[in-house]
Design a protein around this ligand. Structure first.
Ligand SMILES: Nc1nc2c(ncn2[C@@H]2O[C@H](COP(=O)(O)OP(=O)(O)OP(=O)(O)O)[C@@H](O)[C@H]2O)c(=O)[nH]1
Ligand SMILES: [Mg+2]
Length: 365
C-alpha cells in the first residue's frame, strides 16, 4: 500500500528536488515556502501554515503536524445500510469517473463484496461501452440502456436488479457533460431522487471524481458539484501523472470533505484508499532527512521483522498501525501516536502526554 501512495507523489517529489536538492533536518521558513509552492499547495494555505510555524527553521515533526491538520476532515465512516450500498459517481468529463468505477469494483470485489454497475451516463454510446468493457473484464453484472435513455431510470433498474440478486454494492456512472450546465445539474438531482425511490437512503455515498493533474483549479469545480448534490467524499485521479500532489492538501482544506481514494494509474489495482499519514510522510521524505526522527520518535530505527512483531502485538491489543507514527484503536477509531522511546528501549502508544500502552523492545525481539 505504501508503494501506491509513494507512486502518487513521484512527480511531486521530483519537482521538490528542483528547488531543494538536498534533504535537511531543519528548513528555513522562506525556503520551505518555496518547496510547498513547488508541490502545488495553494498559496493561501501555505500562508496559514507559515503563520502557525513560529520558529525560523522548521523541523519535520513541526511541518508534519501542520500538514496533518489541513487533512483533518479526511476521515469518513461508511454508514451501515441495508443492502445494496449505492455509490453515485460524479465529476466533469474526462476526470476519470468510468475508470475509477472499474478500479472501485476491483477493490470492493477484492474485499469480498459483490458489485453491480449502473451505466447512467447515457449521453454518449461510448460511455456505455466503456463501462460494459470494465464489467466484462471484472466479471460483474451491469445494467445499461440505449444512448439517450433516461439516466435515472437506469439507476432505478440497477438498484432493483441488485436487490433481486442480493448484491452488496451498486456503483452508478454519470455523465460529466451535457448540453448545458443546467441540464447536468437537473439530471444529477433527479438521479439522486430516483435512487432514493428505489432504495430508501440511496445513494448512500456521492463521490466526486477530480482530475489530479488540474491541481488547485479543481477546487472551484468541486464546489459547483457540491452545490448541486451534497458530495460525501472525493477521489483524486491521475496523481501518478502530475507534480501537483500538494493540491491534495488545498482541495481537502478548501472543501472540508474527506478524500476517500486516490488514483495512481489506469489499471484495475491503481486505486488506493487515501491514508493521510502515509501521504504526508511521503512528502516529508522528499524534504527532510530522517536522522532526527530515528533518534527520538519513530519506528525507523527498527528492522522490518521487529516492526512486524510489534504490529502483531499491537493488533492483539486492539491497535492497528496506520503509519510509522500513528495507530488507530480498532474499537473507537481514535488515532494515537506511537513513538520509540530510545532511552527506555520501549515503544509507547500515547494520547497527548498520557501513555496508553508500553511495548518493551526486549519483549518484542
Ligand atoms: N494515469 C492515469 N490515468 C487515469 C487515471 N484515472 C483515469 N485515467 C485516464 O483518464 C482518461 C479519462 O478517464 P475516464 O474514466 O474515461 O473519465 P470519465 O470521467 O469517465 O470521462 P467522461 O465519461 O468523458 O465524462 C482515460 O484515458 C483514463 O484511462 C489515473 O489515476 N491515472
Ligand atoms: Mg465516463
Amino acid at each position: 500500500m505504501f508503494g501506491f501512495i509513494k507512486k502518487s507523489l513521484t512527480k511531486t517529489v521530483k519537482a521538490i528536488e528542483t528547488v531543494a536538492p538536498k534533504k535537511r533536518s531543519k528548513i528555513p521558513k522562506d525556503e520551505l515556502e518555496d518547496i510547498l509552492l513547488e508541490a502545488d499547495i495553494e498559496y493561501d494555505l501555505i500562508e496559514i501554515i507559515m503563520r502557525e510555524l513560529y520558529q525560523d527553521e522548521v523541523t519535520r515533526e513541526q511541518l508534519e503536524s501542520k500538514l496533518l491538520t489541513t487533512l483533518s476532515y479526511t476521515t469518513y465512516e461508511k454508514p451501515q445500510v441495508e443492502k445494496p450500498f449505492v455509490d453515485l459517481i460524479i465529476g466533469v468529463n474526462g476526470a476519470g469517473k468510468t475508470t475509477s468505477i472499474g478500479k472501485l469494483s476491483h477493490y470492493f470485489k477484492s474485499n469480498g463484496e459483490s458489485v453491480l454497475l449502473g451505466a447512467s451516463d447515457t449521453f454518449r454510446a461510448a460511455a456505455i461501452e466503456q463501462l460494459t468493457r470494465w464489467a466484462e473484464k471484472l466479471d460483474i453484472p451491469i445494467v445499461s440502456s440505449r444512448q439517450g435513455h433516461d439516466p435515472s431510470a437506469v439507476a432505478y433498474d440497477a438498484i432493483e436488479s441488485a436487490k433481486a440478486k442480493n448484491i452488496d454494492h451498486v456503483i452508478i456512472d454519470t455523465a460529466g457533460r451535457l448540453h448545458t450546465q443546467t441540464n447536468l445539474s437537473n439530471e444529477l438531482k433527479k438521479i439522486v431522487r430516483i435512487c432514493d425511490k428505489a432504495h430508501s437512503g440511496a445513494p448512500h455515498r456521492k463521490m466526486l471524481i477530480l482530475d489530479g493533474t488540474q491541481g488547485n483549479s479543481a477546487i472551484a469545480q468541486a464546489k459547483a458539484f457540491n452545490d448541486i448534490v451534497d458530495v460525501d467524499g472525493i477521489i483524486i485521479t491521475k496523481l501518478d501523472g502530475t507534480a501537483k500532489g500538494g493540491s491534495v492538501f488545498s482541495i481537502a482544506y478548501a472543501l472540508k470533505l474527506p478524500i476517500l481514494f486516490i488514483g495512481v494509474g489506469e489499471n484495475e489495482a491503481d486505486l488506493v484508499p487515501f491514508n493521510k499519514y502515509e501521504f504526508v510522510e511521503g512528502l516529508l521524505d522528499a524534504i527532510y532527512t530522517i536522522e532526527e526522527v530515528v533518534e527520538n520518535s519513530s519506528l525507523d530505527s527498527i528492522t522490518q521483522e521487529v516492526r512486524n512483531k510489534l504490529y502483531r502485538l499491537m493488533s492483539d491489543d486492539g491497535f492497528d498501525a496506520l503509519s510509522k507514527h500513528f495507530v488507530r484503536e480498532r474499537a473507537t477509531w481514535k488515532e494515537f501516536k506511537i513513538i520509540a522511546n530510545n532511552n527506555l528501549n520501549q515503544f509507547e502508544i500515547k494520547d497527548q502526554d498520557t501513555i496508553l500502552k508500553i511495548y518493551k523492545l526486549e519483549d518484542i525481539k
